[in-house]
Design a protein around this ligand. Structure first.
Ligand code: ADP
Length: 478
């Protein structure tokens, strides 16, 4: 029998410490679920400023040293704490992680080049001997390269690497001199065969070349990534390694997002009794000072305001949609042009459009619980979590058929009555508008609405199934 692998899960952010997007949700829920299956999994993160402030009394320093980052001599502290049964290790360096989680530009590249080197150094300093490093997104991209080159033969054992692509849009691109200067990368690696892509040194490319296995966060996105447009320049290496690439659909943490116990929402409800969803809707209406009737459907968005999320479509037809009997709520932050648009909308449609520009976890829960529909017209979507959270709260997603949205939303079929939401396929504003109008028509047909809500709430969007697939994948790598 194969013994259970020991896994070190490495990411740039994780709930409940720091969150800027879905990666943090996954970096919390997946290790927790793997541990429940008996996998010895621990997590390594940068010790961001917010973690220092929030957990200083719980963090225990286990090692301090200095490491070379090119010509620089840099402090490396290793801290440790346990939370909900999981051991977390933190890479401490005030220069790199004392302020913003992501600094942007070359400052951000240097933050995470340091992180990659620090993780490799930390392997000899921690009280854990992983068989597998599970690496996530470009911030960890140089680790497989370092392990296969500069650290080869220097560690106690041959550590295998799994690299998971959460979003290929962000790749960690930089001038080769930046990478070379920090990590002493020999010039002969700066070719399309290794770490060069599109005229830049590319951390994600390095991971795709040097990692033992590659995964991404939905089956459909794994397939899409081999295609030119979705692959964002890395489709070649992904196609070449297609037999070592797999798609495992993300899940959500069903304890954090549970309408029966959620402390952030006005009243609790379940799939078998959704009566209190009305109380959540009423509270949400009051919070956003909507003047629409309680019977008017609320269509919401909880999203980064970027092109990826289909904001161009929303901007194009939202005012047309507001001619219908519907209220609109948005919680999000991002590109200035979209923030401006939604502020304009709030000013033009008081009582019909409720807008909160910013980031607010509790409010997100209240929106998921109190809305009737969640709009998610993404241009591309590796997996997407918002549509799964919405379903858990009986809020029907309206999505574009791309990436993980295809794997996680069953579009309403008028003939069979099946469905957990609504979908449209072409990235076109009026197709989205039609899908939204179809949803509003279903809203007026109460028996169908109740059925779809129930289907959505009973959908198994937890991490258990996927964690089992990761466990099998780890075992296959040993
Ligand atoms: P992505 O990671 O691409 O931003 P996902 O759908 O995978 O998109 O995950 C987004 C996560 O971040 C969800 O948990 C969502 O509820 C949350 N989120 C997005 N924007 C906000 C916001 N402005 N305030 C609070 N939570 C947000």
């Amino acid at each position: 029998m194969t013994r259970n692998p020991q896994v070190l899960f490495v990411a740039s952010e994780a709930m409940p410490f720091v969150k800027t997007g879905g990666l943090a949700d996954v970096a919390y829920a997946l290790p927790k679920t793997l541990a429940s299956l008996g996998v010895d999994v621990r997590v390594m993160l940068p010790r961001h400023a917010k973690i220092k402030q929030g957990y200083s009394d719980k963090l225990k320093t286990i090692a301090t040293t200095t490491i070379a980052l090119g010509w620089r001599s840099k402090y490396l502290g290793l801290q440790k704490m346990k939370l909900e049964g999981i051991t977390y290790y933190f890479i401490d360096n005030e220069d790199y992680f004392g302020d913003a989680v992501y600094r942007g530009g070359d400052a951000e590249n240097e933050q995470y080049l340091f992180f990659c080197k620090a993780v490799c150094e930390a392997l000899a300093l921690i009280d854990f001997d992983p068989d597998i490093l599970h690496l996530n997104d470009w911030h960890t991209g140089m680790i497989p390269f370092l392990l296969k080159t500069q650290y080869a033969g220097r560690l106690k054992k041959d550590i295998r690497t799994l690299f998971t692509i959460h979003n290929i849009e962000f790749q960690g691109k930089m001038g080769f001199e930046v990478m070379q200067e920090c990590l002493d990368v020999p010039e002969h690696y700066y070719t399309p065969e290794f770490i060069e892509a599109g005229g830049c040194a590319n951390m994600m490319k390095a991971a795709l070349v040097f990692a033992d296995r590659i995964s991404t966060v939905s089956r459909n996105y794994a397939y899409e990534l081999m295609n030119g447009w979705f692959g964002k320049g890395l489709e070649g290496i992904l196609s070449a390694r297609r037999h070592e690439v797999c798609g495992i659909v993300n899940g959500i943490d069903t304890d954090t997002f549970d309408p029966q116990t959620d402390p952030s929402i006005a009243a609790h409800f379940s799939a078998s009794d959704t009566t209190n969803k009305r109380s959540c809707k009423k509270a949400l209406r009051d919070e956003f000072m909507l003047s629409t009737k309680l019977t008017t459907p609320i269509l919401s968005m909880v999203s980064r305001l970027t092109e990826q999320k289909g904001m161009a479509l929303v901007q194009h037809v939202l005012e047309e949609l507001l001619c219908e009997d519907v209220a609109f709520i948005l919680l999000g932050a991002g590109d200035a042009k979209y923030e401006d648009f939604f502020n304009y909308l709030a000013a033009k449609y008081p009582g019909r459009a409720g807008i909160f520009i910013g980031y607010n976890e509790d409010l997100a829960h209240r929106i998921y619980a109190g809305s009737d529909f969640l709009l998610m017209p993404s241009e591309f979507e590796p997996c997407g979590l918002s549509q799964m959270i919405a379903q858990r709260y009986g809020t029907l997603p309206i999505v574009r058929e791309t990436g993980g949205l295809v794997d996680t939303v069953v579009p309403y079929n008028v003939y069979t009555g099946e469905g957990t939401g609504f979908a449209f396929s072409t990235f076109n504003a009026h197709d989205m508008l039609e899908a939204a109008k179809k949803a509003l028509a279903v809203y007026r047909n109460k028996p169908v609405l109740r059925k779809l809500r129930k289907n959505a709430m009973l959908t198994d969007n937890g991490f258990l199934k996927s964690a089992g697939q990761y466990e099998a994948l780890y075992k296959s790598m040993m």
